[in-house]
Design a binder for this molecule. Structure first.
Ligand code: GLN
Length: 486
């Protein structure tokens, strides 16, 4: 039918490609043309790789002709600019890597290449994934396609905005404290953070290694299942990836959720929650009930410590991970009279203010005499948060909460107030600390017309449960069908 190519989901576009109604080349040209015409308004791409995308489209056409197509063959994707791509600039949203061209592919990129996907380019993000709005990008903020005066969320804001605005068919992001789910929620798309260890992090530029995971941002739940299927599984190059079998995620879609026990943690519905978000999430819970799910009130008693624990552990790990940017090995270098001055000037000029703040906080938290009081204490509380989840999942299969305490905020509104910015992730951080999967699925709109998301969290390796519940919810509602006025 007359639906434009760029507005299609992965599954519907794959059907057209398989039926020969369109070719990968035509699909790729359609998306490249749309990016050229419209991305100036949103600034979602840092790098558009026209030549690379065309070459990958040709490869996809050959795969289709040989009858070797996968569900991703010929599907144009956008990659968050924090996963390395062979021969294609990878900046992490930072001046310090502004001209960095990696010599190898991240495992997720290599897998997608093998599956025949097309990489349109690399999308915008907060510098080194530190932020909740993309305003910390060295390449300027992205904008929310639902209202360009508003932020798209972050740190995978370029991914979420590009998916919502049909500037790609789907995207990969990374999530350390909410960076897939929060922007997905604020842009009205689906975002899935897998279990820690489900997806290889080889070639994902490290922010906080005990928390980082890669996952899909998509227009629909089915697409999240398809993309996860392609990237999940053990990788000998990442010792934190788990050699557990990968289930068939699509197979669970469409199954009823009658009798599914859904936990509602009382700590996630308190002060600070925007009334419109609360109303949308409460209505979503009613929808789940009407589909046969059973709501159970649960408690995650250590929730109030999650943000504090995260901002000790994440910055400590970041200060160590970011020590490698010294102007010698790769990336930007400032000149100086001696080696020490080269280091100091490179890091002072190469990193933005938020990254510098976190390196200093993390270095402080790890310094002699303070380690016990901060890092060690935070690790102990993290264990309690993990235990809260283990206890909760004895009472329910899935936990339902808001994703973000508010809908998208205005550009500039929180840039001078890091503490308020940090609270954007109050509902998403726990899943990272617990190592468990979480998904954001569209569940409403504010009176200003800005999207609101529902978060579902599951036990370790519970992605199939999340996808099943999220799909049932999506099919019973029509929020995912609405397109931004872009
Ligand atoms: N907003 C959080 C932070 O600034 C989470 C970022 C992320 O998940 N990468 O650290």
């Amino acid at each position: 039918m007359g639906e434009a190519i760029h507005s299609l989901s992965i599954s519907r576009l794959a059907a057209r490609l398989a039926g020969g109604e369109v070719s990968p080349g035509e699909v790729t040209e359609a998306l490249l043309a749309r990016i050229k015409a419209r991305d100036g308004e949103l600034n979602t791409y840092i790098t558009v790789d026209e030549a690379g995308a065309r070459a990958m489209a040709q490869e996809a056409a050959a795969m289709l002709a040989r009858g070797e197509a996968t569900p991703l063959t010929g599907i144009p994707l956008a990659l968050k600019d924090v996963m390395v791509t062979r021969g294609l600039k990878t900046t992490c949203g930072s001046r310090i890597l502004a001209n960095f061209i990696p010599p190898y592919d991240a495992t997720v990129c290599a897998r997608l290449r093998r599956a025949g996907a097309v990489f349109l380019g690399k999308v915008n993000m907060d510098e080194f994934a530190m932020g909740s709005s993309t305003e910390n990008s060295a390449f300027g903020p992205s904008r929310n396609p639902w209202n360009r005066d508003y932020i798209p969320g972050g740190s995978s804001g370029g991914s979420a905005a590009a998916v919502a605005a049909d500037l790609c068919i789907a995207s990969l992001g990374s999530d350390t404290g909410g960076s897939i789910r929060q922007p997905a929620s604020l842009c009205g798309v689906v975002g899935l953070k897998p279990t820690y260890g489900r997806v290889s992090r080889y070639g994902l530029v490290a922010y906080a290694s005990s928390l980082d995971q890669i996952g899909p941002l998509t227009k629909e739940v089915r697409d999240a299942a398809i993309l996860l299927q392609a990237i999940a599984g053990h990788d000998p190059k990442d010792s934190t990836s788990v050699p557990a079998p990968v289930p068939d995620y699509e197979e669970r879609l469409g199954r009823e959720i009658t009798g599914m026990k859904i936990g509602v943690p009382r700590e996630f519905f308190g002060a600070g929650l925007d009334p419109e978000v609360e109303a949308a999430v409460q209505e979503a819970l009613q929808t789940l009930t009407s589909l046969g799910a059973e709501l159970v009130e649960i408690s995650l008693p250590h929730t109030e410590y999650a943000v504090a624990v995260y901002y000790v552990l994440a910055v400590a790990e970041a200060s160590s991970n970011l020590a490698r940017y010294d102007g010698v090995k790769y990336g930007f270098r400032a000149e100086g009279k001696n080696l020490l001055e080269v280091y100091a000037q490179t890091r002072a000029q190469g990193f933005g203010a938020e990254v510098r703040r976190r390196i200093m906080l993390g270095t402080y938290a790890l310094s002699a005499g303070y380690y016990e009081a901060y890092y060690k204490k935070a690790s102990q509380v993290r264990a309690l948060i993990r235990r809260d989840f283990e206890a909760a999942f004895r009472q329910c299969q899935v936990i339902a909460t808001p994703v973000s305490p508010t809908p998208a905020f205005r550009l500039g509104e929180k840039v001078d107030d890091p503490l308020t910015m940090y609270l954007s992730d109050i509902f998403t951080i726990s899943a990272n600390l617990g190592g468990i999967p979480g998904i954001s699925v569209p569940c409403g709109f504010s009176s200003r017309g800005l999207p609101i998301g529902l978060q579902l969290m599951g036990p370790v390796f519970g992605e199939a449960d999340l996808l099943q519940a999220a799909y049932a919810f999506e099919q019973a509602t029509d929020f995912h069908r609405r397109k931004p006025p872009f």
